[in-house]
Design a protein around this ligand. Structure first.
Ligand code: ADP
Ligand code: MG
Ligand code: MG
Length: 889
C-alpha cells in the first residue's frame, strides 16, 4: 500500500510528484523547511489522500493508518525525548489542517494537545512555571472544545472576560495561576455539559478525535461554501492534510514570543521584514488580534539574537522558494522556530517591485519575474487613484467590498432617475443604493461611481460596474441607507442627498467630501517589466484609439499600432455632428456630395493627426459602422419636444420623418456597416478618399504613415468586392492625381458568423482580417449585449450557468471555435495573412492567451489596458514554451 503518513524529515516525501496536492501547502512547506535546515519542531503529515479514504470509510480512520500514525509519533518521541502522557516530560503537539490551497479561517487547528490534569502538573514541574502550564491547558480545552465538539467560542470568551474582570486585568497574559485554574475547570464543565461526557483525558484518544475533527471540518458548511465561492473544485484541492507538530511555546514567559511576518513589504514591495509579534503568547493570539502586536522592527531591540535568526531564515526561504514568503514563527525561551511558510499575497505594485528586485538579486530570472504577476491585477495600477497626500484631510465614512477599481467623487444621489438626469446635465454623481437592478443600468452610465450597502463581488452592481470600468463599492454594510428622506448614515455621520462623497473602488473606502485624484503613472519598475515583456512576447499589441490623444497615450504604454480606429466617433464631435446630420438629410446625391466634401476635409485632418502619432506603425481605419439613425434624435423624444416647444417648422418635421423612416426594430442586426455603404456608396467613397489624401499629404512631409482600410459587418465576398471596386477606383484616381503608388491595405472585419465560415472566400480579396469579437460574441450567443448585461447575464453568473461574461473573456468553445475556422481557412488562401482581434477581449489576459495559442497576429486593446495586454502576451509565450518542453520530455 502507498505510504500516506510522512515525517517532515522523511526522504520519501521528496519523491512525491505533487507534494502540495498530496501533503497540502502547509505540510509540504514544513517538510521543505526541514530539508533546507531551518528550525522546525519535529512532526509529520497525514496525506490529503487519507481525508478521501476517511470519507469512503464512513468517517473512520482505518487501522493501517492508525498504526502508521502511532509509528510516526514514536519517532517524534525519540527525537524530542518526550512522551505522550508522560509524567516527567510530557509531549504536546498541535494538530493542524492544511489543504493544497489556503482557506483562511475555514479550517481548524488545536494547540497543546496531550494535556490533562496530570500532565499539566508535569509540565509545570518541568518548567517550574505553573502559570504557563495552566495557560496552555486552558487554550487546549477551548480549541479542543470548539473544533472537536463544536462548542460556541462565545461561551469560553465569556468565562475568560469575567475572570479578567474579577482579577482586574485587561490583558490575558496578566492572568494569574488562581484565575487560570478556575478558567480551566469552568472550560471543562462547559465541554462536559455540552457533550454529556467526560472530557477525554488520554493523549491518544485526544489525538484520534482531533485528527478526525480536522478531516470532518473539510466538509463543514463553512469550508464547503468557501470552496464553492472561490471556485476551488475537487481537482484543485480534494481534502485536507493533517499536520501533527511538536509544540513549541511562545507563552513560556517574557523571553518567549510568537509572530507573523512577510519577508518583504506586501504593499510597496520594499525589501524589509514586515509584520507583528507578541511577547508571552501563543500562535493564534496574533492572528485573532486578542492583543495588538508590536512592529517586528522592535524585535531587533527586544530580542536581537532572535531577530537575526528571523532575518536569516527570511533570506534562506526566499532563496529556496524564489518568492517573498508569509511566515509564522515562535520563540521559546530565546530559541527560534518556524511554524509555517507560504507565498506572500501582495499588491500589484509590490509584485512589480519585487519582480524587478529579485531579478537584480539573481533570485529569479526574467521569465519567472513576468509569470508571477497576475496580469489582471495590473489593472489597479492603471486607474485614477486617490491622492495619497490628500486622503488624511478627509474623514472616512465607511468601508465596504472593493468591487471595481478606480477612485471617483461626486454628489450622493439615492434615486436612479435623478442620478440619470443630473449625470446627463454634467453633474458628477455617485449613485448610492442598497442594491441595483437591471433597470438601473442607465444610471451607471451617467454616474462617476456606484456604492451599494448590500451584495458581494458577484452582485449586479459589481458585475455591471466592472464591465463598464466604473469605480464601485458593494456590501458596505455599515452604511444605513434611508430612501424615505434620501440620506445614508455610518459611524454616526449622516450624508444627505447632494453632499459630496468620494469612493475608492480599489480599497472599498468611502470618504466625506471630494478627495482629489491622480492620473495613474507607470513607475520605473513597471516600465522595466513592460520592457522585458515586450522583448518576450510574440503577439503584436495594438490599440483601439480614435483620437490623436488616445493614440499618443497608447504609444506611451507600448502599443505598436492601432488595430481599430472608429471613424464614427469623429462624426459625433460637436463641430461635425451638424454636418453629418445634414448629409443624412440630403435630398439628392448632389446635395449629399456637397456635404460629403466638407466632411472629407475634416476626416482627412483627423487621420493625419492619428497617423502622425503612430508614425511607423500600422493604423487600421474602420469605415462607418453604426446605422444612420444613431446620429438623429429619437423620433418619440423629438415629437415630444416639438409639442412642448410648439415647433411646427418644416425643417424639424423633415428630421422627424427621416428619423422615423430610418428607425429599426433591431439595429444591431440592421442597416449598418457595409450594408449602409451599399445603399449610400458615396459615404465610404468619401472616407476612402480621405485616407488616401491624408497619406498623400503625410508622404509629402516625409512622415512614414501606414494606414489600412477595414470594412465592418461584411458577411459575403460579394459585399466586400462591391466596396473593393470603390476602393480600386479611388486608388487609381489618387495615383494619377499624385503620380505615385500607394500601399494602403484593404481588409475586412470578421464579426458576422458567415464571414468566419467563408473566410477562405473573403481572403481572396481581403489583405487582412480582424475579428470583431464583441459583435461576433453577440451573434454566436444570440445575445444582444446591452440587454444581456443589463438584464440576465448577472443572473447567469449568480446561478453559475456562466463562469464569466463572454463579453469579458472570449468564449473559447463557441466564439473561439469560429475563430479557429476563420484563421485556418483564411491562411489556407494567404499563408501570411495578418489576422488580429479588436473587440474588448483584446485587453483580457485569458483571451490574449487564447489568441496566442491560435496564432492570431495581434490583439488590439483600449490604451489603458495596453500594459496588461503586453504582460499577458509575454506570459502566453513563456507558458507555451514551457508546456512544449514538457511534452517533448
Ligand atoms: P492557520 O492555518 O489557521 O494559520 P495553523 O495551523 O498555522 O493555523 O496554527 C494556528 C497558530 O498556531 C499559528 O500561529 C501557528 O504558528 C501556531 N502553531 C501551530 N502549531 C504550533 C506548534 N506546534 N507550536 C507552536 N505554535 C503552533
Ligand atoms: Mg498558519
Ligand atoms: Mg462591430
Amino acid at each position: 500500500m502507498q505510504k500516506l503518513v510522512f515525517n517532515f524529515k522523511s526522504k520519501e516525501s521528496k519523491k512525491i510528484k505533487n507534494p502540495k496536492i498530496f501533503l497540502g501547502g502547509k505540510g509540504s512547506n514544513l517538510a521543505e523547511m526541514v530539508k533546507i535546515g531551518l528550525p522546525v519542531p519535529p512532526g509529520f503529515t497525514i496525506s490529503t489522500k487519507v481525508c478521501d479514504l476517511f470519507y469512503k470509510n464512513k468517517k473512520k480512520l482505518n487501522s493501517k493508518i492508525v498504526k502508521d500514525i502511532k509509528k510516526e509519533l514514536k519517532f517524534i518521541e525519540k527525537e524530542t525525548g518526550k512522551k505522550f502522557g508522560d509524567l516527567q516530560s510530557p509531549l504536546l503537539v498541535s494538530v493542524r489542517s492544511g489543504a493544497r490551497v489556503s482557506m483562511p479561517g475555514m479550517m481548524d487547528t488545536i494547540l497543546n494537545l496531550g494535556l490533562n490534569d496530570k500532565t499539566v502538573l508535569a509540565l509545570a514541574n518541568k518548567t517550574s512555571n505553573m502559570r504557563f502550564a495552566k495557560d496552555s491547558y486552558r487554550r487546549f480545552i477551548q480549541l479542543f472544545g470548539k473544533v472537536v465538539f463544536g462548542v460556541n467560542d462565545e461561551k469560553f470568551d465569556h468565562v475568560l472576560d469575567s475572570a479578567k474582570n474579577k482579577q482586574g486585568v485587561t490583558d490575558d497574559s496578566k492572568l494569574n495561576v488562581e484565575s487560570l485554574k478556575k478558567i480551566v475547570s469552568e472550560y471543562k464543565k462547559i465541554c462536559e455539559d455540552y457533550t454529556k461526557r467526560k472530557f477525554p483525558d488520554t493523549p491518544n484518544e485526544q489525538l484520534g478525535l482531533a485528527i478526525e475533527a480536522v478531516f470532518k471540518s473539510w466538509m463543514g458548511e463553512r469550508a464547503v461554501v468557501y470552496r464553492e465561492k472561490n471556485g476551488i473544485t475537487k481537482d484543485i484541492a480534494n481534502g485536507t492534510a493533517v499536520n501533527v507538530v511538536t509544540m513549541v511555546f511562545g507563552n513560556m514567559g517574557d523571553d518567549s514570543a510568537t509572530g507573523v511576518v512577510f519577508t518583504r513589504n506586501g504593499h510597496n514591495g520594499k525589501r524589509e521584514i514586515e509584520g507583528e509579534y507578541l511577547i508571552n503568547a501563543q500562535g493564534e493570539d496574533v492572528v485573532a488580534g486578542v492583543r495588538t502586536g508590536k512592529n517586528v522592527d522592535l524585535l531587533k531591540k527586544e530580542m536581537p539574537k532572535s531577530h537575526k535568526e528571523l532575518s536569516n531564515a527570511c533570506a534562506k526561504l526566499e532563496k529556496h522558494f524564489r518568492e517573498p514568503q508569509d511566515i509564522e514563527f515562535t520563540i521559546e525561551q530565546g530559541k527560534f522556530y518556524l511554524l509555517q511558510t507560504r507565498t506572500a499575497k501582495m499588491s500589484a505594485g509590490a509584485l512589480i517591485k519585487t519582480s524587478v528586485d529579485m531579478v537584480k538579486e539573481k533570485l529569479i530570472d526574467k521569465n519567472r519575474a513576468l509569470t508571477r504577476i497576475p496580469a489582471q491585477q495590473l489593472e489597479a495600477l492603471l486607474h485614477r487613484t486617490m491622492d495619497e497626500s490628500k486622503i488624511k484631510d478627509h474623514k472616512q465614512l465607511a468601508k465596504g467590498i472593493a468591487a471595481s477599481p478606480g477612485a471617483a467623487s461626486g454628489i450622493a444621489i439615492f434615486n436612479v432617475k435623478e442620478a440619470i438626469e443630473l449625470g446627463e446635465s454634467g453633474k458628477k454623481v455617485i449613485l448610492v443604493r442598497k442594491e441595483t437592478k437591471p433597470e438601473d443600468v442607465p444610471a451607471f452610465f451617467s454616474a462617476e461611481g456606484i456604492l451599494t450597502s448590500l451584495g458581494g463581488k458577484s452582485s449586479h452592481a459589481a458585475i455591471v460596474s466592472r464591465g463598464m470600468g466604473k469605480p464601485c463599492i458593494v456590501g458596505c454594510a455599515e452604511l444605513k441607507i434611508n430612501y424615505d428622506n434620501n440620506t445614508c448614515t455610518a459611524n454616526g455621520i449622516t450624508i444627505k442627498e447632494g453632499d459630496t462623497i468620494s469612493i475608492d473602488g480599489s480599497a472599498g473606502t468611502v470618504y466625506i467630501g471630494e478627495v482629489p485624484t491622480v492620473e495613474p503613472k507607470v513607475t520605473k519598475d513597471f516600465q522595466t517589466i513592460l520592457g522585458w515583456a515586450q522583448n518576450t512576447k510574440q503577439l503584436g499589441i495594438r490599440a483601439n484609439a480614435d483620437t490623436p490623444d488616445a493614440a499618443k497615450l497608447a504609444r506611451q504604454y507600448g502599443a505598436q499600432g492601432i488595430g481599430l480606429c472608429r471613424t464614427e466617433r469623429m462624426f459625433n464631435e460637436t463641430d461635425r455632428i451638424g454636418l453629418f446630420v445634414e448629409m443624412i438629410m440630403a435630398q439628392s446625391p448632389e446635395e449629399r456630395n456637397q456635404v460629403l466634401k466638407k466632411l472629407q476635409e475634416l476626416q482627412k485632418s483627423d487621420f493625419i493627426g492619428i497617423l502622425k502619432e503612430m508614425e511607423g506603425y500600422k493604423v487600421t481605419i474602420r469605415l462607418l459602422d453604426p446605422p444612420l439613425h444613431e446620429f438623429l434624435p429619437n423620433p418619440e423624444e423629438l415629437k415630444d419636444k416639438m409639442i412642448k416647444e410648439n415647433d411646427n417648422s418644416e425643417k424639424t418635421q423633415r428630421v422627424l420623418d427621416r428619423a422615423r423612416e430610418l428607425a429599426e426594430i433591431n439595429p444591431m442586426m440592421g442597416h449598418r456597416g457595409v450594408r449602409v455603404a451599399i445603399t449610400y456608396p458615396e459615404i465610404y467613397k468619401m472616407q476612402i478618399t480621405a485616407v488616401f489624401e491624408a497619406a498623400a499629404e503625410l508622404a509629402k512631409k516625409k512622415v512614414n504613415a501606414k494606414p489600412q482600410i477595414m470594412i465592418p459587418q461584411v458577411g459575403s465576398l460579394a459585399e466586400l468586392n462591391y466596396i473593393k471596386s470603390i476602393y480600386d477606383d479611388v486608388k487609381k484616381q489618387m495615383e494619377q492625381k499624385y503620380k505615385k503608388k500607394f500601399k494602403i491595405n484593404f481588409g475586412t472585419m470578421l464579426e458576422v458568423v458567415r464571414a468566419c465560415l467563408t473566410s477562405d472566400e473573403l481572403a481572396n480579396t481581403a489583405e487582412f482580417f480582424s475579428f470583431g469579437t464583441n459583435d461576433l460574441t453577440q451573434a454566436v450567443f444570440s445575445f444582444s449585449r446591452e440587454d444581456a448585461e443589463g438584464k440576465f447575464l448577472p443572473e447567469y453568473m449568480e446561478k453559475e450557468l456562466l463562469e464569466i461574461s463572454p463579453f469579458q473573456s472570449i468564449d473559447v468553445n463557441g466564439v473561439g471555435h469560429l475563430m479557429r475556422i476563420g484563421i485556418k481557412q483564411g491562411r489556407n488562401i494567404k499563408k501570411d495573412l495578418e489576422i488580429g482581434i479588436c473587440g474588448e477581449h483584446g485587453g483580457d489576459p485569458n483571451s490574449i492567451k487564447f489568441c496566442h495559442s491560435v496564432d492570431v497576429s495581434y490583439v488590439s486593446a483600449s490604451p489603458h489596458r495596453i500594459p496588461i495586454a503586453i504582460v499577458a502576451a509575454a506570459q502566453a509565450t513563456i507558458e507555451q514554451k514551457k508546456s512544449k518542453k514538457k511534452s517533448r520530455k
